[in-house]
Design a protein around this ligand. Sequence first.
Ligand code: 3PY
Ligand code: MG
Length: 256
Amino acid sequence: MATADFRERMLAGEYLAGTFLKTPAYELVEVLARSGLDFLCLDAEHAPFDRARMDSCLAVARALDFPVLVRVAAASPEHILQALDAGAVGVVCPHVETVAQAQGIAKAARFGLGGRGYAGSSRWAGFATQKMGDLLDRSAAETIVIAQIEEPAGVEAAAGIAAVDGIDGLFIGPADLSVGYGKRDQASPELEAALAAVGAAAKGAGKAYMTFVPNAEAAQAWAAHGLTMFFIASEHSWMRAGATAEAAGIHGLGGA
Ligand code: 3PY
Ligand code: MG
């Protein structure tokens, strides 16, 4: 029941390690589900996941009972519904700057009048094998909605966004935030202050707090801000780092 329990683990503040999947290939879900990572996030914002390839990745994730989130291309009801119906355990919604936007994504991801369209026939719903009442309960217990705070305005509004019913966590985006503060790297006092402010907002509302980090060492440095869930690099960086190290090992054979 790894997928069913994932939201509870996240809200309990367990340290969770995941990565952004950039290559839209279900084989990589199979490989990484056996890695010790707690979750994956398909990056449909910045990588080429069309609906069919997202679907195949999520089919494998559900078959393996491995929690997979989708960072939607945009925080629209269509993208949110498609990811959840296909079997994502939750959605990461980029560029949430206002309380109204947070209310909109929370509504789009939850059942109820004007919210997520109901279909018992989707993969998430068990292909018409589950009762409506049970599915409504499952959605409330298991579906994760994460707001990405990655603009200065989002930092200002973070306490209000965190307090929105139906928002489960805040994801601070260090790259977009740094760009938004007019910086050229991710080491500014403004970013440090934002990490602290958004962390306080998440803590105050009892919501999860997470971010992107290049590696576990960087996570260690930022964990003091209350971050417990880390999206570490991507399979691209890990693959390239492995290849680079081995190539350097071979190229060094003739030396010394
Ligand atoms: C950001 O830092 O802007 C992100 O979106 C991290 O993935
Ligand atoms: Mg971003």
